[in-house]
Design a protein around this ligand. Structure first.
Ligand SMILES: *Cc1c(COP(=O)(O)O)cnc(C)c1O
Length: 360
């Protein structure tokens, strides 16, 4: 009815129509306020209810324990790459990182500006096509934390196990948050940009265990997690409209049966596309082992650039958009976050097999 396409963008990405329609209906006059959420004071009682509602729904969805703080920040996951070492480095000034792709590399580069970084798992030698095993004996006991990228957006890998870490585990969950059930207790900190699996760009979610707060005094005010904890994420103007949409998304997931129901659906969705790739003669998935395959991002290619180009063209004509792969992998990438309907995955799978038949 809206002529919408199936948008396989890695981010910003699809948002469910139910959420967009609700936002549309509330655009001109939110809850009798006579204004839109974009226009209202972040100190107003309407917005207070929105940000508190967003936090409580997220806490419910992820079963976030009481000793974890939830922050709504700005600056993207990329700002976290620097804020994490700034806040979490202990007197050793050491931190350990797994290198599983472009985002890990960026996180490592920022941490190196502040401390001594050891890479304890690295899959670069096979173009990040698998998740490396991290052996506990490689992790330095005196290090401040171990950092992993739980879902690797560009290379399409994800952790299906967690390293046995004697030190606090910090995870970049940007492209996988709320896509599968996790135990927050396994992590000391989780962070994610909202534009992949939650809502509009401009909002960054941080979930942090309270014993990690206040380790380093005298940080620049906006860079200090403690500032935002003390102010309930309202130290300065937060990305209020993005928080409002995030709240609508959280409420929709709750209504749809929570993260376990979404996980089951995500496994079906990803399975449909991997099956088509694996059944085809022309295409190959970048990540071979099923165990390491992301449920959210599926890079695949034919190895023939002209053929890949034609695939993208013909797919676009069918309403299957933004399938071009990242330049570091090439070929195609299907990003199928929570808001991608299963019909989009079925249509893409069908298209892959039809293209394969016509061209092989
Ligand atoms: C997209 C992404 C980032 C970068 O997020 P920004 O919000 O653009 O800073 C970092 N890490 C991962 C895993 C991502 O997918």
């Amino acid at each position: 009815m809206y002529d919408r396409v199936f948008n396989f963008s890695a981010g910003p990405a699809m948002i469910s129509e139910t959420v967009l329609e609700k936002a549309r209906d509330e655009m001109m006059n939110y809850a009798g306020s006579g204004m839109s959420v974009m226009e209202m004071s972040h100190r107003s009682s309407w917005f207070k209810e929105i940000i508190e509602g967003a936090e409580s729904s997220l806490r419910q969805l992820m079963a976030i324990p009481g000793n974890y703080k939830v922050l709504f920040l700005q600056g993207g996951a990329s700002t976290q790459f620097y804020m994490i070492p700034l806040n979490l480095l202990n007197s050793s000034k050491k931190a350990d990182y797994a290198n599983t792709g472009a985002w890990s590399k960026k996180a490592i580069a920022e941490a190196k500006k502040l401390g001594d970084v050891k890479v304890v798992g690295d899959s670069s030698e096979r173009n990040f096509s698998y998740i490396p095993k991290i052996s506990t004996s490689d992790i330095r006991e005196e290090s401040s934390y171990l950092h992993i990228t739980s879902n690797n957006t560009i290379y399409g890998t994800r952790y299906t196990y967690l390293p046995e870490s004697p030190i606090p585990l910090v995870s970049d969950w940007s492209s996988g948050i709320l896509s599968e059930v996790i135990d927050v207790n396994d992590y000391a900190m989780i962070y994610a940009g909202a534009q992949k699996n939650i809502g509009p760009a401009g909002l960054t979610i941080v979930i942090i265990r309270d014993d990690l707060l206040g380790l380093n005094p005298d940080l620049p005010t906006m860079m200090d997690y403690q500032t935002h904890v003390d102010a309930g994420s309202l130290f300065n103007t937060p990305p209020s409209y993005a928080i409002y949409i995030a709240k609508l998304v959280f409420e929709e997931i709750l209504r749809d049966g929570g993260v376990s129901a979404i996980e089951e659906l995500n496994k079906r969705k990803a399975g449909i596309i991997y099956q088509a790739i694996d059944d085809s003669k022309l295409f190959k998935a970048h990540v071979e082992s099923e165990e390491d395959r992301s449920l959210m991002n599926i890079p695949f290619f034919s190895g023939n650039e002209d053929l890949d180009k034609r695939f993208l063209q013909e797919a676009a004509e069918e309403g299957l958009l933004t399938l071009k792969g990242h330049r570091s992998v090439g070929g195609m990438r299907a990003s199928i976050y929570n808001a991608m309907p299963i019909e989009g995955c079925e249509k893409l799978a069908k298209f892959i097999l039809a293209f394969d038949k016509a061209n092989s």
